[in-house]
Design a protein around this ligand. Structure first.
Ligand code: FAD
Length: 519
């Protein structure tokens, strides 16, 4: 592994552990066991119990260690839409509790796994990728990883708005929006979905698109675990050859200049939306110093195009940029972030592109986390990536989505706080400090008139009120109505654990007191 990648791995990844030893022998809830027995009769050979190799393999393939140590009564692996339909029919009829997992990359505990009170539906075998409509559409099973989709598209010189790491699941990514290399031009991944095949709470299977079940189609663009289990996505494809991209690492002293230039870069995406530039200010426990990690791509095989003119004069410590395929880059990023086995907490918010704010956020992080740098496995980072105003324009062009993003809000940055540690006795202090950093950021962004209510679901923690904050009042009302239409018994609220739930009614107050009309 090249030195620079090793550095990335140290920074952003991974702590091996003996998962089985951690799991122990879970106690199985009686009701859940009855549900699992019924599932076993329904789908013989597709239900796995805690002692089995398949159960352990599925558990150990979650991205975060905390998700992996939850112990569902059993795990079921549907192989088709029909299997998913029978599972949901059974769950609704018998009031069985369950969680749904595709790529298992949502990091917070219980996002896509469940304890002994229920079973986990593991979608990984609902696969199959094909090109349709003269290759203008790619259709894939919801259990696919982005790597599977790109493997079919790349030889055709095509791509779509998917994940930037090959292992990320298509399911969670698209049901939370999804930001990819093409997003400055084509918006969220979900803005490019033209059809969802979805299984409803009563087991019925429908297709949601602009013509059929169009309200459900619109709601699924930020659907999370509210409306149904998606079994197939059909997405638009785009021609794509080689690109210029990779990672560069910079000394932390370069942060003020890099962030100022990222503001300009974000503005310039309005005229050249082929670029992506994400940046992390991170604690590097090996070097015992801070470092800047950047991920960059330009969708042409052209080093330092005009869009990068601001950055040319800066010299990186490590430079891994080059002419590559997007698939090569997703695999590089995969190698840099293969999965965690320790404790972790992600939190997210959005603000108007602003360099000083991000520097001050980092300074606040230093104040909060520095006293714990010598604790086992502690590292943390504050990252940003642009959400140019064009995201809202594209969404509108594609029939709209439920987010509260509007072109008039201007250029935004999505911020991600990532914290990692190893010792469970540090849970309290690390979680408290991560929350304190977010609270500081939200209050300070409001004070400086930089605040956006939008919380990017795919980076958020379960403690954040994503649905209430990321939509406006009318949108939320419409989503709740759509939910009542397609899940009239409210089964999913009661039985489906994980993800980000809609509030029961639109009058429910968002977690924060803010005036959206001022934005
Ligand atoms: C290393 C890494 C790289 C990442 N890169 C990106 C990136 O480039 N861009 C970006 O936007 N985000 C990125 N993310 C965030 C990622 O999009 C989210 O974590 C996303 O939820 C992952 O989807 P998943 O299927 O792997 O996760 P899972 O944990 O399996 O699922 C996430 C949520 O979706 C629900 N869900 C999954 N499948 C279905 C389905 N078929 N029907 C209904 N509900 C379902 C689950 O119940 C769960 O609540 C990254 C995360 C990691 C850890």
């Amino acid at each position: 592994m090249p030195l620079s990648l090793s550095l990335a791995v140290v920074l952003f990844s991974t702590f091996a552990c003996a998962l089985q030893a951690e799991l122990g022998t879970p106690e199985i809830d009686f009701g859940a066991k009855t549900c699992c027995n019924a599932l076993s009769s329904l789908l013989p050979g597709q239900v796995f119990w805690p002692s089995s190799g398949r159960y352990i393999a599925q558990q150990s393939s979650y991205y975060s260690g905390e998700q992996a140590t939850m112990t569902p009564a059993c795990r079921v692996s549907p192989e088709s839409t029909f299997d998913v339909s029978r599972i949901l029919e059974l769950a609704s009829a018998r009031k069985c509790h369950f969680a749904v997992r595709t790529g298992g990359h949502m990091a917070w505990t219980g996002a896509s796994n469940i304890g002994s009170e229920g079973f986990a539906i593991d979608m990984q075998r609902v696969k199959g990728v094909e090109l349709l409509e003269n290759k203008s559409v790619v259709s894939f099973g919801a259990g696919s990883r982005w790597r599977d989709v790109y493997a079919l598209l790349q030889p055709e010189n095509l791509t779509t708005v998917g994940g930037r790491v090959g292992d990320v699941g298509v399911g969670g990514f698209l049901l939370g929006g999804g930001i990819g290399f093409l997003s400055a031009e084509h918006g969220f991944g979900s803005d490019n979905v033209i059809n969802y095949e979805v299984v409803l709470a009563n087991g019925s299977v429908i297709n949601a698109n602009r013509e059929q079940h169009s309200n459900l189609y619109w709601a699924l663009k930020l659907g999370s675990t509210n409306f149904g289990i998606v079994t197939r996505f059909d997405m638009l494809t785009f021609p794509q050859g080689l690109v210029w991209g990779g990672s560069q690492f910079f000394a932390i002293k370069d942060a003020p200049v890099l962030l100022e230039r990222l503001v300009t870069f974000t503005e310039k995406l309005a005229t050249d939306p082929k670029g992506f530039f994400g940046l992390s200010l991170a604690w590097n426990p090996e070097a015992k110093d801070y470092i800047i990690w950047t991920l960059q791509t330009y969708l042409q095989p052209e080093p330092y195009p005009a869009l990068w003119s601001e950055f040319v004069s800066l010299t990186p410590l490590v430079d891994m940029m080059g002419i590559k395929s997007l698939v090569d880059i997703t695999e590089e990023f995969q190698e840099a972030d293969p999965g965690k086995r320790g404790r972790s907490r992600w939190l997210s918010m959005t603000y108007k592109a602003n360099a000083q704010f991000h520097l001050d956020l980092h300074a606040k992080g230093i104040e909060l986390f520095e006293p714990y740098h010598d604790h086992a496995g502690v590292h943390w980072a504050v990252s940003v990536q642009p959400i140019p105003a064009r995201f809202a324009t594209v969404a509108a062009e594609n029939g709209g989505n439920p987010t509260c993003l509007r072109e008039s809000h201007g250029d935004l940055w999505v911020m991600l706080i990532t914290t990692d540690w190893l010792d469970p006795s540090d849970d309290n202090i690390m979680n408290t400090n991560a929350e304190a950093l977010l609270t500081w950021a939200e209050n300070e962004a409001q004070r400086r008139d930089l605040f956006s209510p939008f919380i990017y679901m795919n980076y958020a923690s379960g403690s954040e009120s994503v649905m209430a904050r990321s939509t406006d009042h009318e949108t939320l009302k419409k989503m709740i109505q759509v939910k009542k239409t397609y899940d009239p018994q409210d089964s999913f609220d009661a039985l489906w654990h994980g993800g980000f739930k809609l509030p029961q009614n639109e009058g429910q107050k968002p977690a924060m007191n803010y005036d959206r009309s001022e934005l």
